[in-house]
Design a protein around this ligand. Structure first.
Ligand SMILES: [Zn+2]
Length: 203
């Protein structure tokens, strides 16, 4: 392994954790999209992009784990390119940053906070959608839905929120063959041991 890469590995923490949270007000004129999955018959969310509150929280968790600026700074709503954009593209970019930094996603755990619609019937589809966007097996994704219990702006059915944590782990190094060693206690007598002669007391 090149020395610079070895040094980078030596200073890189083996794990990094990130936290993301997001909220959007309802806009019944728009479709509701959660984890890249359209939920029929539910009020949508207002936002510059497709307002996928779950993907936004996950995206911020990934960027946060890497110590990078959050979505608001990276994909500003003042940028017309992101108008109505599917939020999967933001997550794609965050996933690419994870790989670029030498990590893989170990798991993601997320909570959707909403008084309406009732999300329980859709949770598995949303979880599968999130797994597809993250290119992870579904068993690496935790997803829960909590009602607002009538409290605050969520309880008043004004909008929806999401929270997510993501754990990154160092990408496994490419397997390299273990250095060969002469068995301990073996003595070279008579004919010269070829391996020993070549290696000359391994540095
Ligand atoms: Zn958002």
């Amino acid at each position: 392994m090149p020395r610079a890469r070895t040094a980078a590995r030596a200073t890189r923490p083996p794990f990094r954790i990130g936290l993301g949270c997001d909220r959007h007000p309802f806009d019944p004129a728009r479709p509701l999209v959660l984890g890249g999955v359209a939920i029929a018959g539910a009020p949508g969310l207002a936002g510059h992009s497709d307002a996928d509150v779950l993907l936004h929280a996950v995206c911020d968790a990934l960027l946060g784990a890497l110590g990078l600026p959050d979505m608001g700074r990276r994909f500003p709503s003042s940028d017309a390119r992101f108008r109505g954009a599917p939020s999967g593209r933001f997550v794609d970019e965050a996933v690419a940053e994870v790989a670029r930094a030498g990590y893989v996603i170990a798991n993601v755990d997320a909570v959707l906070l909403a008084e309406i619609p009732r999300l329980a019937p859709h949770l598995e589809a949303i979880r599968a959608g999130l797994a597809r966007v993250l290119r992870l097996p579904a068993d690496r994704i935790g997803l829960k839905a909590k009602s607002g219990e009538g409290l605050g702006w969520i309880g008043r059915e004004e909008g929806m929120a999401a929270q997510a944590v993501a754990l990154l782990q160092e990408e496994p190094p490419v397997a390299s063959p273990a250095p060969r060693r002469r068995p301990a206690g073996r003595r070279v007598t008579g004919r010269l041991d070829r391996r020993g002669a070549r290696r000359g007391g391994g540095r």
